[in-house]
Ligand binder design. Structure first.
Ligand code: F6P
Length: 416
């Protein structure tokens, strides 16, 4: 099965997930097994590539044990970036520079592990390759905790973040019951403009847990007064109220709730505002107006780097999409992203396929309205049935000296 191939380059882009390095392992191992000469890694994605910051991955992933450690290592092993390539028209210098660097490295296959913004990079580079008759092939490997990529059933990284969120929400609900005292806890969950992760907090509900009381997803316009009224009503009948709220909820005039405070101003190259502070803002309002103890718990980066509680389904699929991208590119495909197709729910089974990246890039998949209840403050059974298979099974960390062991890039400084 070994074929003699040219060199490969792989990069990671956008926010990390707990299993993003499993996809990197899938690309590296499959490329090596199929005869790639060198597998380069871009440091900090396309931004680092433009500065010719690359490593030969064989010098850093030296054994099967390293591969196993890499899979279990959170955060992007190669470093990431939020870098938007300009439109091709009128900006060919930057593309010429990238292709010059790739040709110097004798790269024939280019893989980018990322979400919808990163697929924009694959789309533009594959378009430019066609324009200039370059033979380099470009493939997207999906990842994002947000689960907002279209076409694919779900994205690797989502399942583990959902598992973390549901687990920790159970623990928080338990903790809220500790004192015989009224209290409201708000948990703030990532996901930008899609509520997949916030909805996953509902999976906390089971025989041993009543689940969160309400969930607020960005798909539904947020009404601060109505929210306050609902909390006050719940508060009359329950000692401990737990509400999950997305970082991306917006009020009717289009502002994020976190913009109602005055402390957020960072905007990245894709125009994404840093979203933080929603739960703190609302908790303070509840303390003041309802008059009870409140806690604001922002899960923040914890939900995307909790590699100690990854889902085995998720980490396995993350590896598979990496391998599938290599296989497809080596067979001649370009300008595509690997997708997951759900073949069956019970038993759960997903297979990989590939899809035109133009139909994926820059498009956000939201939670369908029919998977949110009528009053807009919870998800339906269909939502839960869709997510539940994705959080199944575990992959234990390799524990050394009482702590999970990770793989790190040797002798190379990632940008601080
Ligand atoms: O990549 C997705 C994501 O994790 C979002 O859920 C979140 O809003 C965003 O990244 C945060 O990005 P950054 O780490 O660049 O602030």
């Amino acid at each position: 099965m070994k074929q003699v191939m040219g060199n490969v380059i792989v990069g990671q882009s956008g926010g990390p997930t707990a299993v993003i390095n499993s996809s990197l392992a899938g690309v590296f191992k499959t490329a090596k097994d199929r005869g790639a000469k060198k597998v380069y890694g871009m440091l900090h994605g396309i931004q680092g590539l433009l500065e010719e910051r690359v490593v030969d991955l064989s010098e850093h992933i030296r054994s099967d044990l390293d591969i196993d450690l890499l899979k279990r290592t959170p955060s992007s092993f190669l470093g990431s970036c939020r870098y938007k390539l300009p439109p091709i028209k009128g900006n060919t210098e930057v593309y010429d520079k990238i292709f010059e660097i790739l040709e110097k490295l004798e790269v024939e296959y280019f893989f980018y592990i990322g979400g919808n913004d990163s697929m924009d990079t694959i789309m533009k580079l594959s378009d430019y390759a066609i324009l200039t008759s370059s033979k380099i092939r470009f493939m997207g490997v999906p990842k994002t905790i947000d689960n907002d990529l279209p076409i694919t059933d779900h994205t690797p990284g989502f399942g583990s973040a959902a598992k973390y969120i549901a687990s920790i929400t159970k623990e928080i609900i338990r903790d809220g019951l500790v004192y015989d005292q009224q209290n409201v806890t708000l948990v703030e969950i990532m996901g930008r403009n899609a509520g997949w992760l916030t909805g996953a907090a509902a999976l906390a509900k089971g025989e041993d847990c009543e689940g969160p009381d309400m969930l607020f997803l960005p798909e539904i316009t947020f009404d601060v007064d109505e929210f306050m009224h609902k909390v006050a009503e719940l508060h009359k009948t329950k000692k401990s109220v737990v509400v999950a709220i997305s970082e991306g909820v917006k009020v009717a005039d289009g502002r994020y709730v976190c913009e109602l405070t005055d402390n957020v101003d960072f905007v990245d190259a894709f125009g994404h505002r840093q979203l933080t502070g929603t739960s703190r803002f609302l908790a303070q309002k509840i303390s003041k107006e309802v008059g009870c103890k409140t806690r604001a718990i922002e899960f923040n980066s914890l939900q995307r780097c909790a590699s100690h509680i990854v889902g085995r389904v998720d980490i396995t699929e993350a590896y598979q999409v990496g391998g599938a991208a290599v296989k497809a590119a080596f067979e001649g495909e370009t300008g595509k992203m690997v997708i997951l197709k759900r073949v069956s729910d019970d038993p759960y089974l997903c297979v990989t396929d590939i899809y035109d990246v133009h139909k994926v890039a820059n498009i956000e998949k939201k939670v369908p309205r029919e998977w949110i209840n009528e009053s807009g403050d919870y998800v339906t059974e269909d939502f839960i049935n869709y997510v539940r298979p994705l959080i199944q099974a575990e992959l234990t960390p390799m524990m050394v000296d009482g702590l999970p062991r990770h793989l790190r890039l040797q002798d190379v400084m990632l940008r601080k």
